[in-house]
Design a protein around this ligand. Structure first.
Ligand code: AMP
Length: 349
C-alpha cells in the first residue's frame, strides 16, 4: 500500500512545527546537494542507533540511487546481526576523493560518534533525542522529548512520503529503533505520536513478527545467564538493584561487554525498586561500563558525574575500577531518598 501523509503536522501539535519543518527542509536540501554521504551513529550501538542509521541509509539509497551512501561504525556482529548489516570501513583513499555530507543519528556528543572520520566532512547534520550536550552539527535536529532517534527519522521520511518512497527495509529499521528505545512502548516518553508514527510504519507492510523475533529471540543459554545474573543481583534498602559482571563472568557466560547490560531491565518491575544498574568490565580499556535505568527518579546527572550521560531514565557511565561502585550506588540511593522526600513534601502541601 502506498502511504500518503495527509497531515503530518498533527504528529507535532505540541512541538514547534515551524522549526522542525525548516530543519527537515534543510536536511532534504543537503541530502539532495551532496553526491557522497556517510551516516554515523554512536559507539556501543543499540537498536535505536542501528535503526535510525539504517533507516536513513535505506531511504536515501531508494530515493537517490545515483548517490554514494555509506554507513560506518563498530560491527553489528555483537548486536543483533540478523537485523542489521555489518557496517562498512571506508578506506583513506575514499576521503581524499572529495567533499561529503555526514549525518549522525542518536549521538549526543562528538566523542561518542562511532568512527572518527566525521570531522573530515564538509557539512554535519546531527539527528538526536538525547539532552543536548554538544551542538557538533552544522545543522542540529535535536528533540530530547522524543523516545527514539528513529522516531525523528521516521517523521522526516513520513513528512516527505508524497514525493519520496519509504522502502520496507527503512520502515523495519526505524520500527526496530523505536521498539528498542521505548522498551516495546513501555518507557517514557512514549506518546500518542509514537503510536501514530509506528502505525504508519506498519502500514508500509513491515513484518512486525519477524522484526520482534530477531530482536528478542532468546536461547537456553540466555536463560541460564539470566539465572546467574538474578542470583548475583544486589538490592539496597532504598530501592536500587544492580549486578556486576567481571571479565571472568563474561567469559563464563559467553557474552561480550556490549551485552552485559542486556539484563538491566529484567528486574525493573520489582515492587519498591526505583533504579536498576548493570556494571560490566571492559578489558579492552580496563574500565567498567555502567548502564542505569530508572522509574520516576532522574539519573542522567549522576551518570554525568561518572563520565557518562544520557536520558533522565536511561543513562550510561564508566567506572575506572570497582572501587567506585560504593560511590555510584550511594549517589543512586540518594537520588531515590530525595525523590521519596519530594513526594512526602507534596503530600503534606
Ligand atoms: P546504555 O546504557 O549504553 O544503553 O545507554 C543508555 C542511554 O544513555 C543511551 O541513550 C546512550 O546513548 C546514553 N549514553 C550512554 N553512555 C553515555 C555517555 N558516556 N555519554 C552520553 N550519553 C551516554
Amino acid at each position: 500500500m502506498k502511504f500518503i501523509v495527509l497531515n503530518w503536522r498533527s504528529y507535532f501539535m505540541e512541538f514547534d512545527y515551524a522549526k522542525i519543518r525548516k530543519q527537515f527542509k534543510e536536511l532534504e536540501k543537503k541530502i539532495k546537494e551532496y553526491d557522497r554521504i556517510v551516516v554515523y551513529r554512536h559507539v556501543k550501538p543499540d537498536f535505536d542507533a542501528f535503526g535510525s542509521q539504517m533507516g536513513l541509509v535505506y531511504w536515501i539509497k531508494a530515493n537517490f540511487p545515483k548517490k554514494e551512501v555509506h554507513f560506518v561504525g563498530e560491527g553489528s556482529e555483537k548486536w543483533c546481526p540478523s537485523l542489521y548489516p555489518t557496517p562498512e570501513k571506508l578506506e583513506e583513499s575514499w576521503f581524499a576523493q572529495g567533499p561529503f555530507l555526514a549525518i549522525i543519528t542518536d549521538c549526543a556528543n562528538t566523542e561518542r560518534v562511532s568512527d572518527n572520520t566525521m570531522g573530515r566532512s564538509t557539512f554535519k547534520i546531527k539527528i538526536d533525542h538525547h539532552p543536548e550536550v554538544d551542538r557538533y552539527g552544522d545543522l542540529n535536529i535535536v528533540y530530547p522529548d522524543i523516545i527514539a532517534a528513529s522516531e525523528i527519522v521516521a517523521l522526516f521520511e513520513l513528512s516527505r512520503s508524497n514525493h519520496y518512497t519509504i522502502p520496507k527495509e527503512s520502515a523495519e529499521a526505524l520500527f526496530s529503533g523505536i521498539v528498542g528505545d521505548s522498551g516495546r512502548f513501555l518507557y517514557d516518553p512514549t506518546d500518542a505520536a509514537t503510536f501514530r508514527i509506528v502505525g504508519d510504519l506498519v502500514d508500509l507492510g513491515i513484518d512486525m513478527n519477524d522484526v520482534y523475533n530477531k530482536m528478542y529471540k532468546k536461547t537456553k543459554k540466555d536463560f541460564e545467564n539470566l539465572k546467574f545474573v538474578l542470583n548475583n543481583t544486589k538490592f539496597t534498602e532504598h530501592g536500587v538493584g544492580y549486578y556486576i559482571l567481571t571479565d571472568a563472568d563474561l567469559n563464563n557466560l559467553g557474552i561480550t561487554p556490549i551485552n552485559g547490560k542486556m539484563f538491566v531491565n529484567e528486574f525493573r518491575d520489582l515492587d519498591g525498586l526505583f533504579i536498576t544498574a548493570s556494571i560490566t568490565e571492559n578489558k579492552e580499556d580496563n574500565t567498567f561500563r555502567v548502564s542505569i535505568r530508572s522509574k520516576f527518579v532522574a539519573i542522567d546527572k549522576i551518570a554525568t558525574q561518572f563520565r557518562g550521560g544520557g536520558h533522565a531514565n536511561a543513562s550510561g557511565a564508566t567506572l575506572k575500577s570497582l572501587d567506585e561502585v560504593p560511590a555510584l550506588i550511594a549517589a543512586l540511593d540518594k537520588a531515590v531518598i530525595d525523590y521519596k522526600a519530594s513526594l512526602t513534601v507534596k503530600e503534606n502541601n
